[in-house]
Design a protein around this ligand. Structure first.
Ligand code: ADP
Ligand code: ZN
Length: 642
C-alpha cells in the first residue's frame, strides 16, 4: 500500500528553443551592418586596440596570452567562466589581424545586441542568420566582400548552405571564433548537431586560426571540444572558475515566494536579476506574485509563445531593473553585465547547471547574489523524477550522481565556494563571501533522531506493510492526533510521540539530510513515500553516527536597504551614480539599445566616484574608449556639472 501522493509537476523538459527565435520587436529597422564610418580596421597591437576601442587599461587573466596566440596564427581552446572576458579574446585579434573575424554563435536572438554593442565602440560588425531577408543578407555579404567588416557573426547552420562557404572563400578571414563551444558536446544539455560539422572549418581553411570558447568547466566537455573540433594543436587556456564577486547562499525553504520578496526588497531594490523555477506553472505564479508586490517581473519558459518570449527577453535586456522569472530555458548567452542576482526557488539538477545559471550574475565584476532556497520537498521531487525518468539504468545512475553532488553542496558545513570549485577540480581556501563563511552553521550529532525516524519507517513496513511520506512520519514522531493518524491507527506504533525533542521544521531537516546522505530513499512508486536503504542498517544498529547541519539563526538584516552593487559606494556618490543611470536610460531608449551598450554600471560607478571635469580625464576611465568619449563625453560632463 502506498500513500501520500503529491501534486504532479509539469516539468519543463523542453530544450531551450530560443536559438532561432525571431528577433525582438525593435522600434526601428533591423540594421544589420553597423552605421559607423570606416574606422581604421587595424591597430598597432592588441594593447592599442584594448585602450582605444574598449577603453580598458589592462588585459585580465590569460587574455593577453590568448590574444597573442591567435594573433600569431595559432589555435586556442579557452575555458573561462562567464564574465571572465572571453569576447575580447577573439574581438581584438579580429581587429589586429588582416581580414574579417568570423564568429560562429548559436545565439541568433542575441546577435543584434552583440552587433549593437560592437558598433557602439566603433567596431564594424554584422551578422548573417535566418532572421534576415534577402536584401539585408546581401548588404552584409557585400560589406564582407569589400573588406569593410571587422567581425561577422554566423549561426552554425549557415555553414551547411554551400553558398556561405563559397562566400567565405571570396574574402580574407582573420580567424574563426567558435563561441559556446560546449554545444559540440553530445552529453551536455546544450548540444547542437550543427556544431559537429564545424570541423570543416579546419579542413577547408587550414591556415585560418581558430579559437573555441566556453564557460563549461568539466574535463569531459573540454576533451570533447578538442576532439570534435580537431583542435589537437590548439593551446589550451583554462582559467580559474572562481567568481569572487558572487555571494553564494543556500537557505532552507519555508515560504519561498515570501523569502524571495523580502530578499529583493532588503538587498536588491531596483536591481535586475533572474529567478529560476523548475516548472512553468511556478514561473507564472512567481512572476505574478512579484508584480502584485510592486516588483517588475516577466515570465519566460518554453511554453510561452515565441513572440512573447522574445519580447520579454528584449525588455529584460533593455530596461533597467527587470526581474526575469524563468525556467532554465532562459539564459544561455545572455551577456547583460549588470544582472545583480540569480535566485533559485527550486533545487537545480546538477552542480554544473547551478554554476552556469548563477554565473549569469555579476559579469561586470560588481557584488552580486546567488541565492537558493532548498527544502525536503526538492529532494523528494528530484529523486522521484530520476526514478521515473526515461533512459537506462546507467542514465539514471548518472542523474543520481549529479543530484548527490548538488545535495552535498546544499548540506555542507564548509565554505560553499570551496565545494563548488572542488567540483571543477580546483582547490581553494574558505572565501569569506558565502553564507557558511559569513554565518557558520553548526554540525550536530543527529544519530538518535535518525534512529527514531528510520525505525518508524521500518516498523510501518514490517508491522503494517505500509509506506508513507515525510509528513505522516513526522506526525507520528511528534505524537499528533490528525485524522490520518487515527485512520491508520498509527498512535499505537511504539515510535508514536517519541520525537518531541525536535519541532516540525527540524524534523523536516532531519529527513532531508538523511535523504541527501543516502540513509533514506524515496520509493520508486512515484508517490514520494520513504524507504530505508542498505546504509540505514548501520545507523539503526548504532555503528554509524549521523552528523547533521543545524541552520544558523537568521542573519540580521542590513540596517538600510541598499542595492548590493552600491554597498561600498560613499553616500554622496550614490545620487551622482543614479543621475548617470537616468541619463543612460534615456539615451538607451532613444537608440533602442540595451543600457549597457551605452556604458556598463562599472564604468558609471567609476565616473561617479572620479567626478572628471574634462574630456581628457573622462577618457582615462575604464570602459570609455575613443568612440564613446566622442559620442557621450560632453553629455556626461554636463550631467556631472549639474
Ligand atoms: P564572457 O564572454 O567571458 O562572459 P565578457 O567578454 O562578456 O565575458 O566580459 C565580461 C565583462 O568584463 C564585460 O563587461 C567586459 O566588457 C569586461 N571586460 C573584459 N575584459 C576586460 C578588461 N581587460 N578590462 C576591463 N573590463 C573587461
Ligand atoms: Zn565561503
Amino acid at each position: 500500500m502506498t500513500f501520500g501522493a503529491e501534486e504532479e509537476i509539469p516539468w519543463d523538459l523542453t530544450p531551450p528553443d530560443d536559438f532561432d527565435a525571431p528577433p525582438p520587436p525593435a522600434e526601428r529597422e533591423l540594421v544589420a551592418v553597423s552605421a559607423v564610418a570606416p574606422a581604421p580596421s587595424r591597430y598597432a597591437d592588441p594593447a592599442d586596440a584594448l585602450h582605444t576601442v574598449f577603453g580598458y587599461d589592462a588585459f585580465r587573466g590569460d587574455q593577453a596570452e590568448i590574444i597573442q596566440q591567435v594573433v600569431g596564427g595559432g589555435d586556442a581552446l579557452v575555458l573561462m567562466p562567464t564574465g571572465g572576458g572571453k569576447s575580447l579574446c577573439y574581438q581584438i585579434p579580429a581587429l589586429v589581424r588582416e581580414g574579417t573575424g568570423v564568429v560562429i554563435s548559436p545565439l541568433i536572438a542575441l546577435m543584434q545586441d552583440q552587433v549593437d554593442a560592437l558598433s557602439a565602440v566603433g567596431v564594424r560588425a554584422a551578422f548573417l542568420n535566418s532572421t534576415q531577408d534577402a536584401g539585408q543578407r546581401m548588404a552584409v555579404e557585400r560589406a564582407f566582400l569589400e573588406g569593410e567588416l571587422d567581425l561577422l557573426y554566423l549561426a552554425p547552420e549557415r555553414l551547411r548552405v554551400s553558398t556561405t562557404a563559397d562566400l567565405l572563400d571570396r574574402a580574407k578571414i582573420a580567424l574563426f571564433a567558435i563561441d559556446e563551444a560546449h554545444c559540440v558536446s553530445q552529453w551536455g544539455h546544450d548540444f547542437r548537431p550543427d556544431y559537429l560539422q564545424l570541423s570543416m572549418l579546419h579542413e577547408r581553411w587550414p591556415d585560418v586560426p581558430r579559437i573555441a570558447l566556453t564557460a563549461t568547466a568539466t574535463e569531459q566537455t573540454h576533451k570533447e571540444i578538442q576532439k570534435r573540433l580537431q583542435l589537437e594543436n590548439a593551446k589550451h587556456f583554462v582559467a580559474s572558475f572562481d567568481r569572487p564577486n558572487i555571494q553564494y547562499r543556500i537557505a532552507p525553504k519555508n515560504a519561498p515566494q515570501q523569502q524571495l520578496l523580502e530578499l529583493l526588497r532588503s538587498e536588491h531594490p531596483g536591481d535586475a536579476g533572474i529567478v529560476y523555477c523548475l516548472s512553468r506553472k511556478s514561473v507564472e505564479q512567481t512572476a505574478e506574485f512579484l508584480n502584485q508586490n510592486g516588483i517588475s517581473a516577466l515570465p519566460y519558459h518554453a511554453g510561452l509563445d515565441s513572440k512573447i518570449r522574445a519580447a520579454n527577453q528584449s525588455r529584460f535586456l533593455r530596461e533597467d531593473g527587470i526581474v526575469m522569472v524563468a525556467t532554465i530555458a532562459f539564459g544561455m548567452g545572455i551577456d547583460k553585465p549588470d544582472v545583480r542576482f540569480v535566485m533559485h526557488l527550486d533545487l537545480p539538477k546538477s552542480v554544473e547547471g547551478y554554476y552556469q545559471e548563477t554565473g549569469r550574475a555579476g559579469r561586470d565584476g560588481l557584488p552580486s547574489t546567488a541565492w537558493l532556497a532548498y527544502g525536503l520537498q526538492d529532494v523528494v521531487q528530484q529523486r522521484r523524477m530520476i526514478d521515473t525518468s526515461e533512459g537506462d539504468d546507467a542514465h539514471r545512475r548518472r542523474l543520481g550522481q549529479h543530484l548527490d553532488a548538488m545535495l552535498a553542496l546544499c548540506e555542507t558545513v564548509e565554505c560553499r565556494r570551496v565545494q563548488l570549485l572542488k567540483y571543477f577540480g580546483e582547490t581553494s581556501k574558505p572565501c569569506g563571501n558565502c553564507d557558511t563563511c559569513l554565518n557558520p552553521p553548526e554540525a550536530w550529532d543527529g544519530t538518535i533522531p535518525a534512529q527514531k525516524l528510520l525505525s518508524t519507517v521500518v516498523r510501518l513496513a514490517r508491522e503494517r506493510n505500509q509506506k508513507f511520506g515525510a509528513g505522516q512520519l513526522i506526525d507520528i514522531l511528534l505524537g499528533r492526533t490528525t485524522a490520518r493518524i487515527t485512520q491508520y491507527g498509527h498512535d499505537t506504533l511504539s515510535t508514536y510521540g517519541i520525537g518531541s525533542e525536535l519541532g516540525e521544521q527540524e524534523w523536516r531537516g532531519v529527513v532531508r539530510q538523511l535523504l541527501a546522505q543516502g540513509l533514506l530513499a524515496v520509493n520508486g512508486d512515484g508517490f514520494g513515500t520513504l524507504i530505508t536503504t542498505e546504509a540505514s542498517a548501520a545507523v539503526l544498529s548504532g555503528s554509524r553516527p549521523v552528523m547533521l547541519r543545524r541552520e544558523p539563526e537568521r542573519q540580521a538584516r542590513p540596517s538600510k536597504a541598499r542595492r548590493t552593487a552600491l554597498a561600498d559606494l560613499p553616500d554622496d556618490i550614490v545620487p551622482i551614480f543614479d543621475a548617470l543611470r537616468a541619463w543612460r536610460a534615456a539615451e538607451a531608449k532613444e537608440q533602442a539599445v540595451p543600457a549597457y551598450v551605452i556604458f556598463h554600471d562599472a564604468t558609471l560607478r567609476e565616473i561617479a566616484a572620479g567626478k572628471p571635469t574634462t574630456l581628457a580625464q573622462l577618457g582615462t576611465m575604464s570602459g570609455v574608449g575613443e568612440n564613446k568619449l566622442a559620442k557621450y563625453g560632453e553629455a556626461i560632463l554636463e550631467v556631472l556639472a549639474n
